[in-house]
Design a protein around this ligand. Structure first.
Ligand code: GDP
Length: 392
């Protein structure tokens, strides 16, 4: 499906930049337009693929291009004050050509954390197209303020979007890696998973006849109803079809075909299990998910209806949902068969409860320190017997 992507803040901008690179490399055609919004000029300058005209610096009067320093209340205020500047860039998007908006932001910081719910509310008021969020949760080692920012932004963002897709940095960070190197790998993972998911509704593979192609309306219907979503992924390398491949398929006897088809089906069902039970973008219990969508991507000769149908049924049993859709996304020149599972309307997410708990503790801590600091300063500045008078 075709998306208008808006990256808000540093993480959001970098991920949109990476989506553009993915789109260019794979020809998936999911990014119809890309906009990056920030209060920090340096972050916008660091982008490589977002067109310069689509980079919007907001809050210049307040923070002079230096960012909001993890103050997400200030991020939200600035977004409200300067929403016309953001709208100016969105006015250049041919909205009739997009299926949905996707606002991407790290929820632990200031600009994206505060600004993205404001933008979502604004877009929903103006357009009829769905407005989705892709919210990145901070790593547990980032500290209390980031957790508090994320917990507050999460509550607001969920309320303002048609669906909030979540990626949890904490579940994906690897120890021993530099933060930047770590983010590169994490951003690749984000772009791969969401790229295949949204690419599925944009099949444009030069006349390839798929068994049952996923349509963008199926993605939209899976996300409809709101709430929080997570995405699973698993892939297996397969032999690519060379020039002789088609011929050898015609030459193959019935036995070979039967064998191939059983292998294909088994591979698909095993990939579906791995994707659902492996690491999700937001780890959670899959049982109780309200809706799900299974996308099998890869060379068409490695996809079959039987495998997808079995995988879909298995997902129905595991989630307990009666609304599980499934289909294929043929990518003829791919060396992999991949399974992507979108679980929408998930409820049992221990990570969110833990995030909220840590956020509440951080909030109490901050209040306490603030009170103490007032008293401590008074004690320092005032002389013991109050013999001195300030000048004025
Ligand atoms: P903002 O510019 O004020 O919106 O804040 P940032 O986007 O710099 O940071 C917000 C949060 O996003 C951080 O706390 C990190 O958890 C996360 N983050 C920052 N950069 C990246 C990135 O490149 N990739 C990912 N996945 N997360 C990031």
């Amino acid at each position: 499906m075709k998306l208008a992507m808006i990256g808000f803040g540093q993480a959001g901008g970098k991920i949109v930049d990476k989506f553009l690179e993915y789109d260019e490399r794979t020809g998936s055609g999911i990014v119809r337009s890309a906009v990056a919004v920030n209060t920090a000029k340096a972050d916008l300058l660091g982008l490589e693929n977002v067109p310069e005209d689509n980079r919007v610096l907001i809050g210049q009067a307040r923070v002079k291009g230096h960012g909001v320093g993890a103050d997400n209340e200030l991020g939200a205020e600035i977004a409200e004050e300067d929403i016309d500047e953001v709208q100016g860039a969105i006015d250049n998007i041919p909205v009739h050509e997009v299926d949905a908006f996707l606002i991407i932001a790290g929820l632990g910081g200031g600009t994206g954390s505060g600004g993205s719910p404001v933008l979502a509310k604004h877009l929903k008021r103006i357009y009829t197209e769905p407005v989705y969020g892709l919210g990145i949760l901070p790593g547990g080692d980032e500290g209390g303020i980031y957790t508090l920012n994320a917990a507050r932004s999460f509550q607001t963002f969920v309320r303002e979007v048609d669906n909030l897709l979540v990626f949890d940095n904490d579940a994906w960070r690897k120890s021993g890696e530099s933060v930047e190197g770590g983010y590169d790998a994490i951003n690749d993972e984000i772009v791969k998973r969401f790229g295949i998911l949204f690419g599925a509704g944009e099949v444009n593979q030069g006349g390839t006849v798929a068994e049952s192609v996923v349509d963008s309306s199926e993605i939209i219907n899976t996300l409809a109803g709101g709430g929080v979503s997570t995405v699973g992924y698993a892939a297996e390398e397969v032999e690519q079809e060379n020039d002789g491949g088609l011929l050898s398929r015609f030459k193959g006897g019935d036995d070979d075909d039967g064998m191939d088809s059983a292998n294909t089906t088994n591979r698909i069902t095993s990939l579906v299990r791995k994707a659902a039970l492996g690491r999700l973008t937001l780890p959670c219990e899959i049982e109780g998910s309200e809706r799900a969508l299974l996308v099998m991507s890869g060379p068409p000769q490695h996809l079959n209806r039987k495998g997808i149908e079995r995988g879909r049924k298995w997902l129905e049993e595991q989630t307990g949902s009666m609304e599980v859709r499934g289909g294929d996304y043929p990518v003829p020149d791919s060396g992999y068969v991949a399974s992507v599972i979108l679980l929408s309307g998930v409820h049992n997410v221990p990570r969110i409860k833990e995030l909220q708990q840590v956020a509440i503790e951080a909030q109490d801590n901050i209040d306490e320190i603030r009170d103490e600091s007032k008293a401590n300063l008074e004690e320092l500045v005032e002389d013991e017997d109050d013999e001195l008078d300030p000048l004025f």
